[in-house]
Design a protein around this ligand. Structure first.
Ligand SMILES: C[S@@+](CC[C@H](N)C(=O)[O-])C[C@H]1O[C@@H](n2cnc3c(N)ncnc32)[C@H](O)[C@@H]1O
Length: 287
């Protein structure tokens, strides 16, 4: 599993902003990279980590074992943070971190997250959940598929995509990423710079399966409700839909720490190309 442990995205920036906080909720604990750096930095820190991915939490648990007196770990969605804080007996936070998106572990080890391999259409971050990508693709009404491709993929050809999928599944179920790719590629044939044309379509299905936008909106306001005055919130997002939600949330509720989002340095992008679309926004609770 060591192969999945990369340097966490924008680690220095996260440590600079949250390094002096004493009670931090890491809403996307993942493999515990940001968490272990924060715990190393601040010996008074108590950290509560949440993640939907049980496999990631197994790695995080062993990675954070030397801090076990100061860490609690929960297998939960971050919109359940009220319940997590209640179980912890905590009423207020002075820091929260959201490092959104999928982990390398999910991309390489999860099922159906990457169209680079032909796999069952799953895409669930939490395997306890019943909705998966297969159900979205094979049972959602055509109108709902249009909504996903229009709103989440911002794909101009959303009607054609939804139509091709409904026609294909009427003949036989669409079971794998490879089968789906074969159906959508003739529609998306236009090259789009460096990004594979199917990237946004697969990402949109993943957003729907994991309710990523709904989760984010609920969790941001719940984390804010539990934050004390002066508390800091850091959110790293990887696509414009998420970034828009974060930007609006900070504008309406907090004092933004930076006018424009921070982005990874050229050196970080070179070392870890998957960080290239990261945008970090941060806010402080002032009233
Ligand atoms: C980019 S990784 C985080 C990496 C982590 N910061 C580290 O240093 O290892 C994103 C993590 O967020 C988790 N995640 C995404 N949405 C979630 C949600 N709604 N609730 C809980 N965890 C979520 C994913 O399962 C994944 O492990």
């Amino acid at each position: 599993m060591v192969e999945y442990i990369h340097k966490p995205v924008m680690l220095k920036e996260v440590c600079d902003i949250l390094g002096s906080c004493n009670i931090v909720l890491d809403c996307t604990l993942g493999l515990g990279g940001h968490a272990s750096a924060l715990l190393e930095l601040n010996k008074n820190l108590r950290l509560i980590g949440i993640d939907r991915d049980e496999r990631a939490l197994e790695i995080a648990k062993s990675r954070l074992s030397k801090f076990k007196d100061r860490v609690s770990i929960y297998h939960a969605s971050f919109d359940a943070l009220d319940e997590v804080l209640r179980l912890e007996g905590l009423s207020s936070l002075d820091g929260a971190l959201f490092d959104l998106g999928v982990s390398m572990l999910q991309l390489k080890h999860g099922e159906g997250f990457s169209f680079q391999r032909d796999e069952f259409l799953d895409m669930r971050m939490d395997l306890r959940q019943s909705l998966n990508a297969w159900k979205v693709i094979n049972t959602y009404p055509e109108r709902e598929l249009e909504r996903i491709f229009r709103d989440y993929a911002q794909e101009r050809l959303y009607r054609q995509l939804a139509r091709a999928i409904t026609l294909a599944r009427a003949k036989k179920p669409i079971n794998t990423t490879g089968e789906l790719l074969e159906i959508i590629m003739p529609i998306l044939k236009r090259p789009r710079g460096k990004t594979h044309p199917a990237t946004r379509v697969f990402q949109a299905i993943r957003i729907e399966v994991n309710d990523e936008i709904g989760q984010l909106k609920r969790a941001l306001s719940r984390a804010y409700m539990h934050s004390s005055l002066g508390a800091r919130m850091v959110i790293i997002s990887f696509h414009s839909l998420e970034d828009q939600v974060v930007k609006n949330f900070l504008k309406e509720n907090m004092k933004a720490l930076f006018k424009k989002p921070l982005t990874p340095s050229a050196k970080e992008i070179e070392e870890n190309p998957s960080s290239r679309s990261a945008k970090l926004r941060a806010g402080i609770k002032v009233c």
